[in-house]
Design a protein around this ligand. Sequence first.
Ligand code: DC
Length: 438
Amino acid sequence: MIITIDGPAGVGKSTVAKLVAQKLNFSYFDTGAMYRAVTYALLKNNINPDDEKSVLDFLKNHFKYEIKKDQGQFLYFVNDEDVSGIIRSNHISNVVSQVSTKEYIRKTLLPFQRKYADDNDLVAEGRDMGTVIYPNAKVKIYLTARASVRAERRFQELTEKFPQDIATLDKQEILEEIKIRDERDSTRKISPLRKAKGAHAIDTSSLSIDQVVRKIIKKVKKANKTTLLYRFVRFLAKFIMSTFYNLKVYGKENITKKAAIITSNHTSFFDPPVLAAAMKEEIHFLAKEPLFKIIILKSIIKRLNAHPISFKESNVKTFRIVDSVLKEGKKIVIFPEGTRTDGSSIEELLPGVAFLVNLTKCDIMPVCIYGADKVWGRNKKFPKLFGKISCVFGKPIKFEEFEHLPKEEKIKTILDRITTSLENLKAYADAGFVGPIP
Ligand code: DC
């Protein structure tokens, strides 16, 4: 699960984000420290931040950035030098907001930042965490505070960390600098500081750190809460699937913590309850409208977060549903073959799934359900009472793989990747689920 905390300088992001991470036992990622480290390294090596070629050469070939944790403290290293203290100096603070406006620098750091969230429950703080880096984070927070309050906080911080500079520190100057940085951060062309769609704004001007942390944790708990009804139906699905159909789930380690589109083969009405039973977290479904006409099924799938799609309606509606589910950091299942198949092979996928992946820029979780066709095949009115169903989760497919491709090629490549993955998973299931999962 990803929590993003964005906001202007001096708003208390670091203190709050660290505490939230600590309380939830999540990893913590301070992207501001990364921009600061880059700034420090460029200055130290006499590289002009405007000199794109030299900057990129430096970042790609001579810049090693590491984050270490030592007795609860975060330490930042550039080329093995501990820069944790120096990057907080006033001088770096003033230059970093120029460095971070450079598009080529932001683009170079982006993959590293995204990668940090892989398999991590994460609290990420910065300026564009919710808007650009993790737009599908489950909880997004936007902290604000009056500039004068932030200047006062910065003054206190600098006084504590750099007592030798106390004579040269002037509150009014700090306030002016904060205003200049606010202006730069929020008016820059690339990734300007602004509240992300769906973010919760918290004004911290008159709140204690503890109060802010509590507010955020409350939002996290709320976002994680599955409805009682979902839990009950999932329990029922799990009970039926394991008691009558001996459900076996393979590849649970491939279930990502991030929002994702789950692409599954589809042979049976049992597929949605199988997936709901196989996954602990709440998932959503897109299901054809006619399924909502089968009374028993309708009441189950509605409670399993099924959203009806009609082939007659525009794709915009489908996109909106998928996008809003993903923006809440949740997962949604799509059966890209379009309709139930006879289960003998993976049939040609409808391109809609690739368009959705492209529009939402989310990762894909391929999964193959096996045996459901034998228990309740597409031509059967009722299911058999007993049988054997398994499902296997494949390695997640990252959107980054396709990001650089031109649109048409991108759609085709996404479809090919999902098809190949589903075919490999089916072959793995056919062979008896042995060896490493493809
Ligand atoms: O949060 P901070 O003061 O340590 O951030 C240092 C600078 O880096 C600040 O001027 C804004 C910039 N920054 C950014 O542009 N994008 C981020 N994700 C994080 C920080």
